[in-house]
Design a binder for this molecule. Structure first.
Ligand code: AMP
Length: 432
């Protein structure tokens, strides 16, 4: 069932509460300088549309993880507590007070005020910043907001009620508006007050970002142009089991690379040396391969491996056939023959979904496999979809972003989507 979008409802003259993802990285020193504004840029089409259509736009988002400092109920995290407990008894009180003062200062760095200031420059109009989320200042500013104006509420996670999906908190947010728009895919897998709870009190539709996620990822899962090829990589089989199990019923070919390939190699009787290996997943790997064979799904593992004598960029390396990794060596990337095989398979596809690097791409010497897959997707005429996280970062860093049809804006959310799970932030939206 498809979900309503902002284009399906009349927004003119309405107050609209929009959940965006303004969780942008900030310079650690100043706490006020945005170091990557892509998420703000990503939210602009929805905001501009609402402004142009004459809505009064109330934006809300979380920023960082202010969990340990909730308003007046200040709590220290485990590490800080342990440090203080290690001090002589008479010093502990003063150290606790100092730690709390620092925590208070740090949490102020998680204000959305710098984002509102940047948004104002990008929109070319005033953006009103509320001093709180459901307090008097936000209430007054929301009540006075006129059509075409934009305001930003303070960091939602300054209230623990946000992540607890507290109904009263959700109701208070909803009371500002007549319509709720969710455009934060990155948090759509969380049932929080601003992502799910609020939809109990307001009509709920998606913004353009979530619409695009559903169109591309939903389209690939429901009705893909074939051949449909999935490329999965990353460290562990255990974190990708859900995706593998869901996709194996849908794809024509499944390509496995990265650290998780060695558990499959071992399951086939190969030698994997010191490579990443999940012993307790070997049987599961066998089951997955049997299921693929049963369903006629092409199951491709690396045929050669770049292995290293140390887990470092400067390690000695050799390329060996898959399953022939010598003792004392570990596989850190797919080999050149595998790059060709995977690229060829991607080339012949009509839909490609990629999630997870092919090797330890953080080390330049072991990034070639990941780069080759990114290149293959960029060169392909297929509908290309990159799940968030590392693979999205790789594609963007390589400058291929505009050659990919869809780069998901959510890491965890896109993984859960590919697992076939219902995302609470999507489920809460009105059906068409
Ligand atoms: P994931 O979060 O599961 O997608 O895994 C991403 C991580 O997997 C990256 O940090 C990679 O460095 C790591 N990774 C990929 N291939 C290997 C490998 N062959 N050995 C060790 N780590 C790997």
């Amino acid at each position: 069932m498809s979900k309503q979008t902002i284009k399906d409802v009349n927004v003119k003259g309405k107050k609209v509460l929009v959940r965006v993802d303004f969780n942008v990285p900030m310079d650690k020193e100043t706490g006020t300088k945005i170091t990557d504004e892509n998420r703000i840029l990503g939210a602009l089409p929805t905001i501009k549309y609402l402004v142009d259509e004459g809505a009064a736009v109330i934006l809300c988002s979380h920023m960082g993880k202010p969990h340990n400092v909730f308003n007046e109920k200040l709590k220290l995290n485990k590490k800080e507590k342990a440090k203080i407990e290690a001090l002589p008894a008479e010093e502990q009180e003063a150290a606790t007070a100092a730690a709390l003062e620092k925590a208070k200062k740090d949490v102020k760095k998680l204000s959305l005020a710098p984002v509102a200031a940047r948004l104002s420059e990008l929109l070319g109009q005033e953006v009103i910043m509320a001093k709180d989320v459901i307090g008097e200042d936000a209430k007054a500013k929301a009540a006075a907001l006129k059509p075409g104006q934009v305001m930003v509420l303070e960091n939602l996670r300054f209230h623990q009620e946000e992540e607890k999906n507290d109904p009263e908190f959700a109701k208070a947010l909803a009371s500002y508006a007549e319509l709720y728009v969710n455009d934060a895919f990155g948090t759509a897998h969380r049932a929080h007050a601003s992502t799910a709870g609020v939809a109990d009190y307001l009509p709920a539709v998606s913004g353009f970002l979530i619409e695009k996620e559903l169109k591309f990822m939903g389209g690939a899962l429901e009705n893909p142009a074939r051949p449909f090829v999935a490329v999965l990589g990353g460290a562990k089989v255990s974190s990708k089991i859900g995706v593998i199990t869901n996709l194996i019923d849908k794809v024509d070919a499944l390509i496995i690379g990265g650290g998780m390939a060695y558990t499959f190699s071992k399951a086939m009787g190969g030698n994997v040396g010191n490579s990443l290996l999940e012993e307790d997943k070997i049987d599961l790997a066998k089951e997955i391969m049997a299921k693929a064979a049963d369903k006629g799904v092409k199951f491709l593992l690396p045929i050669d491996t770049v292995c290293a004598d140390d887990f470092s960029n400067d390690a000695n390396t050799q390329v060996v056939e898959a399953g022939c990794i010598p003792e004392g060596w570990e596989g850190l990337d797919i080999g050149p023959k595998t790059q060709e095989l995977f690229a060829e398979t991607v080339k012949n596809a009509k839909t490609v979904v990629w999630n997870g690097p092919m090797g330890v791409f953080e080390f330049a010497n072991f990034a070639k496999g990941t780069i080759a897959v990114a290149q293959a997707l960029a060169d392909s005429d297929a509908i290309t979809i990159v799940g968030g996280g590392d693979s999205a970062a790789a594609v963007t860093q390589l400058g291929y972003a505009d050659k990919i049809d869809h780069i998901s804006t959510g890491g965890g959310a896109s993984l859960e989507f590919l697992e076939g799970k219902t995302l609470p932030g999507v489920a809460a939206l009105n059906d068409k």
